[in-house]
Write a protein that binds this ligand. Structure first.
Ligand code: PLP
Length: 395
């Protein structure tokens, strides 16, 4: 058997995403790409802002100062200092310094580095359902055990459910807000409730329970005031951030892990993150990207582009009779699957050449996810096709 059994098993578990990808490829072969409405990929569609390309040109001219050499594994000190200054200035982590920032290969790299640093074999990590499916792999990659906490009817945190899951093996909890796949932004009261619960449980179990805030969608938010990051509310915490969405740079793989300056034993935690950045083979985050993004700390792509698409998709879905909650952020909507059987619905949608992901792929059946970070043709044609699916109603 060429592939390790653990990987083979993991690949089987992740089969939804792969199956949709394969179905999409098959449909595109038969009908041509223009005849298929693909809402599956969570891929930022807008190009990066002009200032990004200016930064690239500026760096292309730097041919003699060694910017492309190896650097400290945590990243360029001046880059980390600028990010820390910004987080301090914005009141995210008062008192944070360069020493609390480790540059990462996207949020995914940051999550893996963080989990590798804190997990002992068999440690449990709580994840809210529905979840970004990759979390399960990130956790098991490093010997952890994912433990699933259902959210409530509006996809908000259910504190009683979390409380019931915490035990001496609990090492961490992942909080993703704005949330993929639901688009939910957890209200401040829920986040404060969670922080209070974690503080009480830490006392009971006698060790830190780390809160890992995964926030690649931080700026893709459509509410007037974003609540604080949950990482600011619980001292033993990490903020995993990336510019994949805010600057549309997912292919360039750049982000950071910010360690809460109040974390227990910050120096050894940061040493651990730096070491795992090296030993997981990232070595360091991409040099050119580190230098560019720190010049763009106040720049984002036009979030109005996402908002207007969200509104179009919501209006189209509701007009067609779908039951869908208004997402407060990200570029996903997560409607109920008519008839409740999400897999049957997704297959029905395929017959109209529409590709969406069943909620089962995120641990919550009875729903489906649409990514509206797509072109106008897909939105307009896809909404018409989804209306036909709803009307023919066999699902
Ligand atoms: C919830 C969530 N976390 C992490 C990531 C990974 O982001 P990055 O490209 O920054 O690694 C994604 C990507 O879509 C995501 O949806």
């Amino acid at each position: 058997m060429p592939v390790a059994s653990t990987i083979k098993e993991a690949m089987t578990r992740s089969s939804w995403i792969r199956r949709m990808f394969e179905k999409g490829a098959e449909l595109k072969r038969i009908h041509g790409a223009a005849g298929v409405f693909d809402f599956t990929l969570g891929n930022p569609f807008p190009e990066p802002p002009p200032a990004f390309f200016d930064g690239l040109e500026e760096l292309a001219a730097r041919r003699h100062d060694g910017v492309h050499r190896y650097m400290p594994n945590a990243g360029f000190p001046e880059v980390r200092a600028r990010i820390a200054h910004k987080l301090d200035q914005d009141g995210v982590f008062p008192g944070i310094g360069e020493r609390h920032i480790v540059m990462s290969v996207g949020a995914a790299g940051g999550m893996n580095v963080t989990l590798k640093t804190i997990l002992n074999p068999g440690d449990e990590v709580i994840v809210f359902v529905p979840y970004f499916a990759e979390y399960l792999f990130y956790i098991t990659n490093h010997g952890g055990v994912p433990v699933l906490a259902e959210t409530d009817g509006s996809f908000d945190i259910d504190l009683d459910k979390v409380a019931a899951l915490i035990n001496p093996k609990t090492r961490a909890i992942v909080v993703n807000s704005p949330n993929n796949p639901t688009g939910r932004i957890y209200p401040e009261a829920s986040l404060r409730g969670l922080a209070a619960l974690l503080a009480a449980c830490e006392k009971r179990v006698g060790h830190p329970i780390y809160l890992i805030a995964d926030e690649p969608y931080r700026e893709v938010a459509f509410i007037p005031k974003l609540p604080p990051t949950p990482a600011a509310l619980h001292p033993n915490s990490f903020l995993c951030y990336s510019w994949s969405k805010s600057l549309s740079l997912p292919g360039d793989r750049i982000g950071y892990v910010a360690v809460n300056p109040q974390i227990d034993d910050a120096p050894s935690i940061v040493d651990g993150l730096t070491f795992t950045t090296r030993t997981l083979g990232f070595v360091n985050a991409p040099a050119v990207m580190q230098l560019i993004v720190t010049k763009l700390l106040d720049v984002t792509v036009d979030m109005g582009w996402y908002r207007s698409r969200r509104d179009r998709v919501l209006a189209g879905l509701r007009q067609a009779g779908y039951d869908v909650m208004t997402p407060e952020g990200t570029f996903y909507v997560f409607p109920r699957a008519p008839g409740q059987d999400d897999v049957a619905f997704v297959n029905h949608a395929l017959s109209e050449r529409v590709l969406v992901v069943p909620g089962s792929g995120f641990g919550r059946s009875g729903y489906f996810r649409i990514s509206y970070s797509v072109d106008d043709r897909t939105i307009d044609g896809g909404l018409e096709a989804l209306a036909r699916v709803r009307r023919s109603g066999s699902a």
